[in-house]
Design a protein around this ligand. Sequence first.
Ligand code: HEC
Ligand code: HEC
Length: 149
Amino acid sequence: MNTWIKTLLTTGMLFLAAAVISSDPSLAQVKQLDPAAKVDQTNPAPDLHATVENQRLGRAYRQQPPLIPHRIEKYEIDLRVNQCLRCHDWPYSSQERATKISETHYMDREGKKLDKVSRTRWFCTQCHVPQTDARPLVRNQFTPDAPTN
Ligand code: HEC
Ligand code: HEC
């Protein structure tokens, strides 16, 4: 190809790239519309939806991990700490009148019984979740299988 045309094409590509980058809003600096307004960064934004609390939430199918009928954002779960245990683990569950974690959670993957909640069940919110009063985005027509015998 002619070197002159090559140079022209390369320059054109560079201009195009520059135009795309500078027009991408995600790359632009976020500026406050009213610089004088004080933004309170200490108060969290209000919840859009209320958590469904203090009512029994049924199970949609027999094996379903029960839904959490209370808020959970204050209860930390990380590698060492699990604050759900202080109410749901034996023997605190009786004092707190919280459902005791079921025996299946005190077994390792080979079925060996353990004194403590198994590490395979450590991150409770993998399976248990609270509900909000948000309207479902799509209608759900799920019905569980009827028992076969
Ligand atoms: C301060 C105590 C407390 C803490 C901490 C707590 N819960 Fe609860 N939880 C309760 C009580 C009390 C109930 C029973 C509520 C009822 O029956 O109305 C309950 C109910 C539940 C249920 C429903 C059980 C069932 O059989 O229907 C689940 C699941 C649950 N909690 C999970 C969690 C998880 C996961 C965490 C941590 C993110 C957590 N809870 C932290 C007190 C607590
Ligand atoms: C891998 C999924 C999974 C994880 C992780 C898990 N659970 Fe469960 N959980 C279940 C299932 C499924 C059930 C219902 C069947 C059963 O009881 O084993 C259940 C039942 C329960 C119940 C009801 C017990 C009853 O007798 O009605 C409580 C309370 C509970 N889990 C709390 C917890 C807490 C607290 C954690 C975290 C320490 C946790 N679970 C972690 C799946 C899970």
